[in-house]
Structures are given as structure tokens and as C-alpha cells.
Design a protein around this ligand. Structure first.
Ligand SMILES: Cc1cc2nc3c(=O)[nH]c(=O)nc-3n(C[C@H](O)[C@H](O)[C@H](O)COP(=O)(O)OP(=O)(O)OC[C@H]3O[C@@H](n4cnc5c(N)ncnc54)[C@H](O)[C@@H]3O)c2cc1C
Ligand code: SF4
Length: 509
């Protein structure tokens, strides 16, 4: 059953085998596998439940209010504040993500084994989990019919320069190419986890509570014994009813920001590493003006990519938002805003994303009681970002752009490919680049090296007997690629580990 705040009329008391906090990429898969194995499962999700029937009529700005945490304005503080939006809904961030699917790179998996002692996670061992996840969420290449001109133009430029590129793999069925992936797919074409793993878990008997926030976790004699929280009115944010869940096992899947936050807030100090080692894949959006009409808001926004520099930790992926979101970001007020508005149909945009090799961040409980995120962007990684901006600019010019905006304060729009060289001759400070990031990972990393990790190779916390973590926080390093397949595949593998060892983890003598 799925319950929203509308269905609940009194305090909720549950005594399941397993409670899962969070219903995103990690939590949904856990819920499906554990309930499928006959365990009694309760899922608590702070966000609401939405499918095309509810959000297809919402404009993007309204969707941001409803489907994102803090209207999408979560920020990682450092030399330069970095926007780090998070989803909040049944289905978590998969409801508002771009749908791009990559498996975990082989070198990343072997690095985890070597440096953190992660066991049984070689690419060969992960293969069946990748396959099963990809089948469930219907991963396929974006077809040229729905790619849209923004993706085609960039591909054209990369082809002209002989740079390796291609169509991205997406989880989709019958995509209409309407360009709204980041605001909830109005056709339910994007196969976010609320359309597959969650319904399957419900069919298996799981009880999924939307608008249900977990707040307090009680630990007694090394075991989680109780989770307390509130049923929230989705419209007002007011608390309606109390929620008490006493499970045999708790799986925390609240995402890489909220998982360490909830634990610290409850004084569950599993390891000195908890909340540290945050990686985010810093990114920047480069825009270009063309004579030709592009209408970048039509087509799959993140349909194509350039991986020519992926061995250096630089990847370029499509990005485009509708005018009501894009215009205030590109030029908030004045004549420039008017000019860009009148030329929006001629605008193209592409994203540059880098892996965080030396950069790291941290999540802590802030003085206001909310999560406080900090991020140190290391100059080595920043250099990669600047190189990525140069590559994207060159690709745009090769595709026929009139001007390219490198999104760096103090550097004028480029009017030709010769202008790109200044990215390497001028001093560019970290504070001058307008950055964003979409992939927080690593704040409760896994491995057998207990002094360096928070959970073991299968997500069980080193400290507590019946607490698992199953979301983006368990990955020891940056992936260099979009993480949803990695999160779902590890969640599937770790759920099977729980099932195989259920006597040990669920029964307490
Ligand atoms: C705009 C955007 C685009 C993206 N595009 C892609 C992409 O194309 N491909 C890709 O691979 N990745 C993409 N990502 C990232 C990807 O979607 C996430 O990495 C992934 O969903 C994270 O999974 P998770 O399980 O760690 O957390 P989430 O999916 O974020 O789920 C965590 C859930 O826990 C809930 N929660 C938190 N605290 C509580 C609490 N106290 N009580 C109850 N519930 C709670 C949250 O509301 C949330 O729903 C994108 C992200 C963004 C923001
Ligand atoms: S382009 Fe439109 S139809 Fe296709 S997945 Fe994105 S939102 Fe859904």
C-alpha cells in the first residue's frame, strides 16, 4: 500500500521487519528486493507522491517547489557557493534527474578494492546487478528522433573536431522529447524508481508512507530500536500525526546529504569518517548563440555526450532548461535579460562535469540545526573544469556558434575560437566560475578498512548490528559518471546480502 498524508487520520505505529528511510535510487531497490524475499517492509519518504497525473500540468517553477528540496536551492559552501539540488519525492532524486545511465567504470571499482578493501565488487561480479537494474528501468540509447537540436548541434561540432561522442543511455519508455526531465516527466516516460521498483515493492506487500519524515532514531545496546517522525501536510509543511516504527533492521537511504545529517543529529557517531569525503562532480553550463533556430528546450535535454577526455576526468553532457528557469539564471535583469529572451530560440547549452580527485566536502549539522555542506574545490580539479570549458567552447565554434559564453565572471563572451586561448593565459579564480553539481556521494563510504570507512562492503555499518546504509553516500570516491545505475546496482546487491543473512541481521537474541 502507498499512503500519503491525505490517507492518514491518526498516529502511525509500525513494527515491520525492515524500515527504510528514503525512497530514491537506493531505498526503492532495497524495498523491492527485501519485500520480494518475504520480509515485512515499511518505507518512510519525506516527499510527496507524484506521477504524470499530478505534475503534468505544473510549470517547471512549480515543479521545483514541489519535487525539489528547498526549491532546488541546496548549496555547498566553500570559496565559491555551488548549487547542489536534491529531489524530495517518492522516487527521490530519480524523479527529477535527467535520466542518464552509466555503469560504474571498471577502474573505479578496482580502485575501491585496492584502496578501501571493498570486496566482491569487481566489474564481473557487478555485471548481473547492472543487467537486472538496466532491465527493470528500461535503459536504452536516446533515439535521434527525440534528441533535439541542442544535442545534435554539439554532436555536429564534436564530429567536426574528431572527438569521441555519442548518444547517452537513458531509462525511458516512449519518450516524447518534451525537454522536461528535470521537472518530473509529464508522460511517465522516464523510468524513475517510483514507476518500477516502488510499485513492485508495494505489490510485494511493502507499506510506503509518503509525506513521512523520520526525525529521531533510538539506539539501544548497539541496535536501532525505534524511529520516530511525523506525517507532514504537503501543502503547509505542518506536522499532522506522529510516526513510530520499531523495526528489526533499519536501512538508511536518505541520500548523501541527509543520511550523515540524520545520524549526526541523533548522535549516532558511527565513525570519524561519517559526513566527510563528500564528492559532487562539480559542473558548469556553457551557452552559445547560433544564427540558426535551435529551440533547445525541445528534445531530451541530456541526450548526447562527449567522452573524448573522460580518462582525464572530464565529461561533457547535454543540459537545457525552459526559458522560465533559464532566463533568470543566464541574465537575471535588465537589457541583457531582454536580449537573451528574444534570442532564446537561438541558444544552445552544454554541461561540463569533472570528477573530484583531490576535492572533498563535508556534511555537518549546522548551527541552525539543518545540514551544513562545505566543499573544498582543489586547484587540480578546477584546472580540469577550465579545460572542459575550453573544449566545450571549441566544439560550439566548430558547430557554427557566433558567440560562446564561458560562464566566467571577468571573461567576455567569446566571438571566435581564437578567444578560447585566454582560458589558459589569464588567471581564472575559482570564485569567478558559476558552478553547480548534481551528484553528491561518499559521506558514509564503504570498505573493509574500518579506520577509513563507515560501512562494510555490503553497506552494513561498522558500529551497529542492524543498521545498513544504501544510497549514494557509500561510494568511496567520485565515479566520473552519473551515479544512479551505480546506486541502484549496489543497493540490489546489498539487499540480496541482507536476504542471504537475514537470520543474523534481523533476529536478536
Ligand atoms: C537535476 C538532477 C539531475 C540528475 N541527473 C542524473 C542523471 O541523468 N543520471 C544519474 O545517474 N544521476 C542523476 N542525478 C543524480 C541521481 O538522481 C542521484 O544521485 C540519485 O537519485 C541519488 O540516490 P539516493 O538514493 O542516494 O538519494 P535520493 O534519490 O535523493 O533519495 C533520498 C530520498 O530520501 C528522502 N529523505 C531524506 N531525508 C529523509 C527523512 N528524514 N525522512 C524520510 N525521507 C527522507 C528524500 O526526500 C529523498 O526522496 C541527477 C540529480 C539531479 C539533482
Ligand atoms: S524528454 Fe520529456 S518525455 Fe522524454 S523522458 Fe524527458 S520529460 Fe519524459
Amino acid at each position: 500500500m502507498l499512503f500519503t498524508y491525505n490517507d492518514i487520520t491518526k498516529d502511525v505505529v509500525e513494527k515491520p521487519d525492515v524500515c527504510i528511510i528514503g525512497s530514491g535510487a537506493g531505498g526503492a531497490v532495497m524495498a523491492d528486493v527485501l519485500s520480494g524475499a518475504g520480509l515485512d517492509v515499511v518505507v518512510l519518504e519525506e516527499g510527496g507522491y507524484y506521477t504524470k497525473d499530478r505534475y503534468s500540468t505544473y510549470k517547471p517553477a512549480i515543479a521545483m517547489k514541489i519535487l525539489y528540496r528547498d526549491y532546488g536551492a541546496t548549496i555547498a559552501f566553500g570559496k565559491n557557493p555551488i548549487m547542489l539540488p536534491l529531489g524530495r519525492a517518492v522516487g527521490g532524486t530519480t524523479v527529477i534527474n535527467s535520466g542518464t545511465c552509466f555503469r560504474t567504470p571498471d577502474n573505479v571499482l578496482s580502485d575501491w578494492a585496492e584502496r578501501y578493501g571493498v570486496e566482491n565488487a569487481s566489474s564481473k561480479e557487478m555485471e548481473p546487478y547492472f543487467q537486472q537494474v538496466e532491465k527493470t528501468i528500461n535503459v536504452m540509447p536516446v533515439s535521434p528522433q527525440v534528441l533535439g537540436k541542442n544535442g545534435l548541434i554539439f554532436k555536429r561540432g564534436a564530429d567536426a573536431l574528431g572527438m569521441s561522442n555519442g548518444m547517452l543511455m537513458h531509462n525511458m519508455i516512449n519518450c516524447h522529447g518534451c525537454g522536461r526531465c528535470a521537472f518530473g516527466c509529464p508522460h511517465d516516460a522516464k523510468q524513475a524508481v517510483h514507476l518500477n521498483f516502488i510499485p513492485s515493492a508495494i505489490r510485494n506487500g511493502a507499506r510506503v508512507y509518503a509525506n513521512a519524515r523520520a526525525e529521531k532514531i533510538t539506539v539501544e545496546s548497539n541496535r536501532v530500536t525505534r524511529i520516530e517522525g511525523s506525517i507532514i501536510n504537503e501543502q503547509t509543511g505542518n506536522k499532522l500525526f506522529k510516526l513510530t516504527v520499531s523495526p528489526k533492521l533499519l536501512v538508511l537511504a536518505a541520500g548523501s546529504i541527509y543520511t550523515p545529517y540524520i545520524l549526526e543529529k541523533n548522535n549516532i557517531n558511527l565513525s570519524p569518517e561519517l559526513g566527510k569525503n563528500l564528492t559532487i562532480h562539480p559542473a558548469v553550463r556553457i551557452t552559445a548563440m547560433f544564427d540558426e533556430i535551435i529551440q533547445g528546450y525541445k528534445g531530451v535535454p541530456q541526450g548526447s555526450y562527449v567522452d573524448a577526455y573522460s580518462s582525464e576526468g572530464i565529461i561533457l553532457e547535454g543540459i537545457f532548461v525552459p526559458p522560465e528557469i533559464g532566463l533568470p539564471i543566464l541574465a537575471p535583469i535588465g537589457m541583457k535579460n531582454k536580449e537573451i529572451a528574444s534570442l532564446y530560440d537561438h541558444l544552445a547549452a552544454f554541461g561540463v562535469m569533472v570528477s573530484d580527485k583531490n576535492s572533498y566536502g563535508r556534511v555537518k549539522v549546522g548551527v541552525d540545526g539543518r545540514p551544513f555542506i562545505t566543499y573544498h574545490f582543489d586547484p587540480y580539479d578546477f584546472k580540469k573544469l577550465v579545460k572542459g570549458i575550453a573544449i566545450a567552447s571549441e566544439i560550439f565554434f566548430a558547430a557554427g556558434a557566433k558567440t560562446v559564453n564561458p560562464a566566467i565572471y571577468g571573461i567576455k563572451e567569446f566571438t571566435g575560437p581564437d578567444d578560447v586561448a585566454q582560458l589558459f593565459t589569464k588567471k581564472i579564480g575559482i570564485t569567478s566560475v558559476e558552478m553547480m553539481a548534481f551528484h553528491p556521494l561518499g559521506t558514509a563510504r564503504m570498505g573493509e578498512l574500518k579506520s577509513h570507512t563507515v560501512v562494510n562492503s555490503f553497506g552494513k555499518t561498522h558500529g551497529l548490528e542492524n543498521l545498513f546504509i544504501s544510497d549514494g553516500s557509500i561510494f568511496p570516491t567520485s565515479l566520473g559518471v552519473n551515479p544512479q545505475i551505480t546506486i541502484m546496482s549496489f543497493s540490489l546487491r546489498n539487499a540480496q546480502y541482507i536476504v542471504e543473512n537475514k537470520e543474523k541481521f534481523l533476529n536478536h537474541d
